[in-house]
Design a protein. Sequence first.
Length: 181
Amino acid sequence: MARPQAGHFGGDRRQEGEDGVIEKVVKINRTAKVVKGGRRFGFAVLAVAGDGKGNVGVALGKAKLVPDAVRKAIDRAKRSMIAIPIVKGTIPFQVIGRYGTARVILKPASPGTGVIAGGAVRAIIEASGVKDVLSKSLGSSNPVNVLKATMNGLSQLRRASEVAAIRGITVAALWQGNQTA
């Protein structure tokens, strides 16, 4: 396993697992339950997993200990992966993902732009393998809602061949229609 890279204030912990999957811990939240003998602590971990080739997943893992919560979150993220189309290192078209009051706008970018995104959105985009994208997060700044909004947006993406098949036309006709508009 590769050594984890700690980012600003210990955030953005990144690791590559044995199976070549990029694993990132986005947020660790400590909760406390007050009982007669004191406080019982629990941990909720928000994690992202992606293969860097267009597949990415997000999940929340909860446990009494941090390592258990991290393991649960990463395992669930690996199981919940979705495939996203990557065209020339970016996304095929602009999408707006929504979840609760969180809105995330994702726009394709020209080669060399890089990933212009905030913490939670950046984790998903980097794990998915997209090299160039512009994003803006609006509304809620809660990482759980922002990640779910980002996943909602990414799940709306379709390849040109899929769109052409749905419309019952060829890919060439689809591109021809875009150029006249």
